[in-house]
Design a protein around this ligand. Sequence first.
Ligand code: LMR
Length: 394
Amino acid sequence: MFETMQAAPKDKILALMAQYREDPRPHKIDLGVGVYKDEAGDTTVMRAIRAAEKRLHEAQDTKTYVGPQGDKAFCDEMGRLVLGDAVPSERLRICQAPGGSGALSILAMMLHRAHPNATLWLSDPSWPNHIPLLTTAGLKTQSYPYYDATTGSILFAEMLEALNTAQPGDILLLHGCCHNPTGADLNIDQWKAVADLCVEKQLVPFVDFAYLGFGDGLDHDTAGLRLLAGAVPEMVIAVSCSKNFAVYRDRVGAAILIARNSAEADAAFSHLLSVTRSVYSMPPDHGAAVVRLVLTDPELQADWQQELEEMRIRMETLRREFSDALRRASNSDRFDFIAGQKGMFSRLGLTSEQVDRLREEHGIYAVADSRINIAGLPGDRLDDVARAIVAIMD
Ligand code: LMR
């Protein structure tokens, strides 16, 4: 049977991760995969997570199944963290999922059951795994213009113009904050205009929320999403805890659905759980139990928030310092946009050949579309990185 199969196309980000690991050069720099790194270049376990894991280890006396929804208390905490009181609880249903990708997948499959002919609209560009993941779930996809690489700004008028051609029941994928790969986020007026469009055109927003707390802070990062959730009758949200709780390998996420009323929420949720059951039966417990312990203990929660804020401020500072270094190296303001963008990623605006030269000649790893992970920048070598970028642009 397998003799008929051609090798599947490689995922660009995962392939780069493997290539970096195999590179023996001691001064190599990883600006590829979206993983937070501290000043020493390490991705450590957060203090509150470590403390919660110890508690869980002492207290847990069974490993029996939890159930397809996962940890109910974790789900309630996720709802509070993401939505506050933006949506009445009778219209809201939440289940745990294996990471943000697991949440994206089960929500996409549930939406496909609800509306098999719907088109899902996503930004150009978007996270490279969005299209494979969403089409595997059965959805048709179409891009809307989003980003102008020459100015580092959002093409909002073009985005609205494209979405005006969407059909009722189509799905609109948005990045909740810290747009991946551009770092260019909608402002609150633009969120309001998108909410109005969704209501007018009867589009269902599907928000990928993977970087809560990495943009302008926990409260501010939810503002657009909460505005949208308060305005539209139906919406789904895929939440990831990978980055903001640094539990990447534990696969912790949540799938949130908002329906018109309680009866419709129950029906849609029954499909979400039936998709879950048919794909992986039940989500893994450990990471979600740990996150639940952090969010339900005031001391652990305060410590988590403080450490998250330290991470965010470090990335904001790196953005400013790196764009200053690029200004010095290039003697131009071409890269100034980096300072004002949000979260882990920005695009340098290089060709894939230039990105290859950066890797081959300087040991600096970026994704082929020239996306860099800001948190991967070594604070003490910013001028070196900036000079290398300018050198390969010749
Ligand atoms: C990224 O965009 O680098 C992260 O979301 C990791 C991944 O799975 O691609």
